[in-house]
Design a protein around this ligand. Structure first.
Ligand code: UDP
Ligand code: MG
Length: 331
């Protein structure tokens, strides 16, 4: 048919963006599994010949970069960019998208460790070909997560929803973005990146694709508890000023209670019932001290955010870009 003919001429290029921080143990297998899927899509003419697997080496100090270069020699899909140092997962994603969007029509971001099911990639591409711009990979079970991670993640999503931040629950950074959605996303210039919160703000037609999250294929998690908590705090304070409002309400409530308490104390004094109020004094000092410290730290969090944003520092520094070079040499 006419349509088929047209599609074979105008196939769309897909670039899979994979951030890597010390992932020498996994990227060989990741490459194997993803290139198999890309080859199948290519054979079915769902994607074009310019499709790539773009590794972003986020300042690894193991053999990740050497491996990427080696894989490049044997596998035409593989290419990579290398940071001058470690800039973090979210910045690696932004760098990968910034680089990929110049040559690709659709981008999929995925972790290096094969926790996200690569078998839903064809489904994502199918959605894209049907006119969808953003396809969210959503986990339909969290069996591989610890009890603590599950409970804290649930609490986090509920809190974000209360604060009015639109987020897709159980969706991490596994998603497909069309060219225009990526371009829109890249207009958000904030340093404190929380992509999961920004992507829904971009708009455009979106869909969800469900998968079961697996255990890390090999290597260790690069998100220890401390990093995870910081990430959650960043997520909240980059998207909502509700905590500052909460402080205000807390302040008013405490002031109101103290006025009541004051009236009570004065009444007791007039009636001559004054007792040594040591305990109540101590309690109020400690309680108010705590409230003040929490409040200050929340405000500090926002001031800190303003501080890092106004400096407008670059989000990443690319030392080597083999991806763009490739397209330069083959016009
Ligand atoms: N990662 C990165 N830079 C960092 C930390 C992590 O590029 O500073 C990458 C890592 O290589 C992996 C992805 O981000 O591809 C997710 O990290 P990980 O799997 O360790 O996190 P978890 O799944 O345990 O939350
Ligand atoms: Mg992982």
């Amino acid at each position: 048919m006419d349509e088929n003919k047209k599609e074979s001429i105008e196939t769309k290029n897909l670039t899979i963006v994979i951030p890597c921080y010390n992932e020498e143990a996994v990227i060989r297998e990741t490459t194997k599994q993803i290139s198999k899927i890309l080859q199948q899509l290519l054979d079915k003419q769902k994607i074009g010949r310019g499709s790539r697997i773009l590794f972003v080496d986020d300042g690894s100090y193991d053999r990740t970069w050497e491996l990427i270069k080696k894989l490049m020699d044997d596998n035409p899909f593989v290419t990579g960019i290398k940071f001058s140092r470690n800039f973090g997962h979210q910045n690696s994603l932004i760098a990968g998208l910034t680089t990929a969007v110049k040559h690709a029509d659709m981008m999929i971001t995925i972790d290096a460790d094969l926790q996200d099911d690569v078998n839903v990639i064809p489904k994502m591409v199918e959605d894209y070909l049907n006119g969808i711009d953003v396809v969210y990979g959503v986990r339909n079970n969290r069996d591989t997560d610890t009890w603590f991670k599950r409970v804290s993640a649930d609490a986090f999503y509920q809190l974000m929803a209360k604060f009015g931040v639109r987020m897709v629950p159980n969706h991490a950074d596994y998603r497909l973005l069309s060219k225009r959605a990526t371009q829109a996303l890249l207009k958000y210039k904030e340093r404190n990146l929380f992509l999961r919160g920004i992507v829904p703000l971009v708009g455009y037609p979106s869909a969800e694709v469900f998968y079961a999250r697996k255990k890390r294929f090999a290597g260790k998690s690069k998100y220890p508890l401390r990093k995870m908590i910081n990430f959650a705090i960043d997520g909240i304070s980059s998207f909502s000023i509700a905590p500052i409002k909460a402080i205000m309400y807390l302040g008013f409530t405490i002031v109101f209670l103290s006025i009541c308490l004051m009236a009570y104390t004065i009444a007791q004094r007039i009636m001559g019932n004054t007792t040594a109020g040591w305990s109540s004094l101590m309690i109020s000092i400690w309680f108010l001290g705590g409230v003040q410290l929490i409040s200050l730290s929340i405000i500090g969090e926002y001031v800190g955010k303003v501080f890092t944003e106004v400096k407008k520092r670059p989000r990443f520094e690319i030392e080597k870009d083999l991806y763009s070079n490739q397209f330069k040499s083959k016009p």
